[in-house]
Design a protein around this ligand. Structure first.
Ligand SMILES: Cc1ncc(COP(=O)(O)O)c(C=O)c1O
Length: 415
């Protein structure tokens, strides 16, 4: 699909033509396209991340796989396949995406597999990690029935150590439902368990990983010599500027030296999509109440950038400086400080505040930076708000529309 496909019929009643392709002078249709919000993924930036990840994999012998929970724009998988060979799934649909669209079986982990879908999940998986020993025992006979095509079995472990500060993203918080604790494991692991999986990072550094490994080995080291693989989960943000890539490589090489029997796997998501593109929106109205100015946009934080509210964090906006919301409440004379508001009815669907260098106008574009991970995998159509287009800026400068959403997409959610 290119930019001008799928715009429907031109409703410019003066025009005898039917579509923009046939009606190049129809400004109505042209502006209808130009005013849509859209995510723009930049191929050049994506390839830069992929090249770095591939080079670390080559230097260390560790395998890096893509976590779909952060990024699953499957029309870009041909690009990914030039750099990596596998992906990780957490559900039946992600496992199917791995198998059918990426073209290789998934490394799958789910907090709890379900009776009716387990066989399908297993059929799409090369590695399958259980979250508990009870799930392992319940489903092991089903894997035996698969014979040689059964996935390699792993167990998620919880080292009860994590440097993640945001509770929402801390899988090792006391009482967490994730993973088996070291004192719950038998001295002799069941023979069918071939790997451990441990996820305890989020936008973390190489130093975080090095410190976490000390705890992991302290608690689980005695089982490692007899396993085949160790998956160190996601949250390794090696593509962030300033990340100590050399330390990551050194840490992974050290781990491999200590346990030459282990295939080391890392499954970041954010690191692949990090800084690869923006969400472009437009100002639809500007309202000012009791001195607080809010530019209402044709996008929504809750629908299109949910991590901003969940995490929470204030995204960067091109050409504007992040300031405290108190500055929106008490703006200084001549300051252009705005809250940005989503176009949903949720009262909390706004963020504040940003200082612009000019007064915002209706129709003006607002660009939210770094909006290609944990966005389009999490979007909702709450309030029937149209989802932004997903567009790809190719290396040759062409823009391809990967997806455009319509009324039918909303209607069919409740079909
Ligand atoms: C089990 C597991 N693997 C991988 C990831 C990907 O993490 P990130 O996108 O932070 O690299 C997550 C994120 O929550 C996860 O829970």
């Amino acid at each position: 699909m290119n930019l001008f496909d799928n715009i429907g019929h031109c409703r410019h009643f003066l025009s005898p033509w039917k579509s923009l392709r046939q009606c190049p002078f129809c400004l109505y249709a042209f502006f209808a396209i130009m005013s849509r919000p859209y995510y723009l993924l930049e191929e050049t930036r994506l390839r830069k991340n992929l090249s770095l990840i591939k080079s670390v994999a080559e230097h260390t012998g560790a395998e890096f796989i893509l976590a779909f929970k952060a990024f699953a724009l499957w029309k870009t998988f041909p690009i990914f396949r030039e750099y990596i060979s596998h992906t990780t799934a957490s559900s039946l649909h992600e496992a199917m995406l791995a198998f059918h669209e990426f073209g290789t079986k998934a490394h799958t982990y789910s907090p709890a597999y379900e009776e009716d879908t387990f066989d399908q999940v297993a059929a799409c998986s090369s590695h399958l990690t259980f979250n508990s020993l009870s799930q392992f025992e319940r489903f092991l006979p089903r894997l035996h029935q698969m014979g040689n095509s059964a996935p390699s079995v792993g167990l998620r472990i919880n080292p009860e150590y994590s440097e993640i500060e945001t509770e929402l993203y801390n899988p090792c918080a006391p009482g967490s439902r994730f993973g088996v604790l070291s004192d719950e494991l038998p001295d002799e692991l069941p023979a069918a368990i071939e790997g451990f999986h441990c996820h305890c990072h989020c936008e973390s550094s190489a130093e975080n990983l090095a410190r976490t490994l000390v705890h992991l080995e302290e608690r689980f080291g005695r089982w490692l010599p007899r396993l085949k693989w160790l998956n160190l989960g996601g949250g390794h943000l090696l593509t962030r500027e300033g990340y100590h890539v050399a330390l990551l490589e050194e840490t992974l090489l050290g781990l491999r030296r200590r346990y030459p029997n282990l295939q080391i796997i890392l499954e970041p998501g954010s690191a692949f999509g990090w800084q690869t593109g923006s969400l472009f929106a437009q100002v639809v109205d500007v309202v000012c109440h009791r001195g607080v100015s809010t530019a209402i946009l044709n996008v929504s934080f809750t629908c299109h950038m949910p991590d901003c509210l969940e995490m929470p964090y204030q995204p960067a906006v091109r050409g504007a400086a992040s300031v405290e919301d108190s500055e929106a409440k008490n703006p200084k004379e001549g300051d252009f400080v705005y809250r940005l508001g989503g176009n949903s009815c949720l009262s909390g669907d706004y963020m504040g505040a940003w200082r612009f260098d000019h007064p915002l106008q209706v129709g003006e574009e607002v660009e939210f930076l770094d909006m290609l991970h944990y966005t389009n995998v999490k979007t909702t159509q709450f309030n029937g708000i149209t989802l932004p287009d997903i567009r790809l800026l190719k290396q040759n400068g062409e823009v391809e529309v990967l997806r455009r959403f319509t009324y039918e997409d909303y209607r069919d959610l409740m079909d």
